[in-house]
Write a protein that binds this ligand. Structure first.
Ligand code: BGC
Length: 428
């Protein structure tokens, strides 16, 4: 059997991806989510509008709980819109390396942020997980994504839990919680003051993936308590999109996760999963008789394969510690790894473009080329993936998808977007 046939038989077939059908399904799921009808897209109101002026010259503590790291910084925004970040620290996100109790989880956050609490009364807390936001910007965790292991946190108010622990240390801050895509959107808005944009989108492709955009309150019909003349940022939770065909490889990997059947889309495209998914492809290929005996033996002895190692290898820039450089692999084995796994990254790029297009179109703006939609893109997987000409592929696919709609958009990159956006929100 040829490698293309093997991939096709298992459902990893780039030609078969019906981009328009998936884009339409995204639009339907978004509308259903706004209306409170059954949908895989939660369309979570953030209670953050983008119309308020950014408060300048006041320090705010930022906590950034991402899929891999927990970071803190003291941030000030200058009158020119530029952010100054000080006292930057990071550690692994609690619950990533081992399971934690709820008490230990909040204790870890309080311990981490306490050293900078003298700086301010405000915390902007970027929480990169699906959480229902309250009108006063606390957030109740709906479920964990990205394989975090703190089961007792589900259903809990994250801001209130942290506040209770900080109170024991003598601090009583005001905490504003927002999703990282909402923060990224705000960072795009605050840095884009010099440019006229018609709308804003925040997009992340890192450990996980997601989009945010600004919606008219009148269209968020699942809530009856909103000012119908206003607008607010919506956290789409696009990683949970499920109207997409999984390959056999996706199904095998999904079954090994903490949340099988959930976050189908994210598991097909984001950094937490691509290495594992590629490893499944390789192990299934071994079963089908691909690879030399030595390479088979080597790969079957690995307990895991990191996204970095697989991507570096397929992208042609492996570092000396890359497992595929071991003597067991022949040149033919190397070529096989690349032909079997590059499509995993190419598919991620295609689906990423569809995700971006869905959010851009949902803004309903961008019809005047002088006022494009500003799409602030953040995340290590988007910027660092080497394989499949990743960024170029995303951009070409996106341009092709949006061409029929005549929508003008601009992809922008602002360093530390989640931190800057959380600072903006923490000062609102
Ligand atoms: C989370 C989202 C987050 C995204 C990007 C997903 O796993 O559910 O809330 O925005 O990752 O970090």
């Amino acid at each position: 059997m040829t490698t293309p046939d093997f991939l096709k038989q298992n459902g990893l077939d780039l030609e078969q991806i019906d981009r328009v059908a998936i884009l339409n399904a995204f639009a339907e799921e978004m509308d259903a989510g706004l209306a409170g009808k059954p949908s895989s897209l939660m369309m979570i109101p953030s209670f953050i509008s983008i119309d308020q002026p950014v408060k300048t010259g006041t320090p705010v503590v930022v906590l950034d709980a991402g899929g891999t790291n927990l970071r803190t910084a003291v941030v000030s925004i200058g009158s020119d819109g530029c952010a100054t970040l000080g006292e930057f620290r990071k550690q692994p996100m609690p619950g990533t390396t081992s399971a934690l109790s709820l008490n230990a989880f909040f204790e870890a956050f309080a311990e981490f942020v306490s050293p900078v609490m003298e700086a301010t009364r405000n915390i902007g807390f970027c929480f990169s997980y699906p959480a229902e936001v309250t009108p006063d910007c606390d957030a109740r965790l709906i479920r964990w994504s990205k394989q975090i292991q703190v089961p007792e946190a589900v259903g809990q108010l994250i801001g209130a839990g942290l506040k209770a622990k900080l109170a024991l240390r003598g601090f009583a801050p005001r905490i504003t919680i927002l999703n990282d895509t909402v923060a990224t959107l705000l960072a795009g808005k605050s840095a884009g003051v010099a440019r006229t944009y018609s709308a804003y989108v925040g997009f992340i492709l890192g450990t996980g993936t997601n989009t945010a955009y600004v919606e008219q309150n009148a269209r968020i019909t699942k809530r009856s308590d909103l000012d119908p003349t206003g607008a607010m940022v919506i956290n789409v939770e696009s990683g949970a999109f499920c109207r997409i065909q999984q390959s056999v490889f996706d199904q095998i990997m999904d079954a090994t996760t903490n949340d099988p059947g959930h976050y189908t889309f994210e598991k097909m495209i984001s950094g937490a999963y691509l290495g594992t998914l590629g490893f499944v492809v390789l192990k299934e290929a071994i079963k089908a008789g691909f690879f030399s005996a030595a390479a088979q033996q080597a790969m079957l002895s690995w307990s895991a394969l990191s996204n970095k190692h697989l991507d570096d290898f397929c992208g042609g820039k492996p570092t000396a510690d890359n497992p595929f450089l071991a003597g067991a692999f022949t040149a033919e084995d190397h070529a096989l790894v690349r032909t079997l796994c590059t499509p995993v990254y190419a598919r991620s790029a295609i689906l990423t473009a569809i995700n971006l297009a869905s959010a851009i179109l949902k803004t309903g703006e961008g019809h005047d080329p002088a006022r494009p939609v500003c799409v602030n893109v953040d995340g290590s997987t988007y910027y660092r993936t080497l394989s499949a000409d990743f960024q170029t592929r995303v951009q070409n696919e996106l341009a092709a998808l949006l061409k029929p709609y005549g929508v003008a958009y601009e992809l922008v990159k602002i360093d530390d977007s989640p931190v800057i956006g959380a600072a903006v929100a923490g000062l609102m």
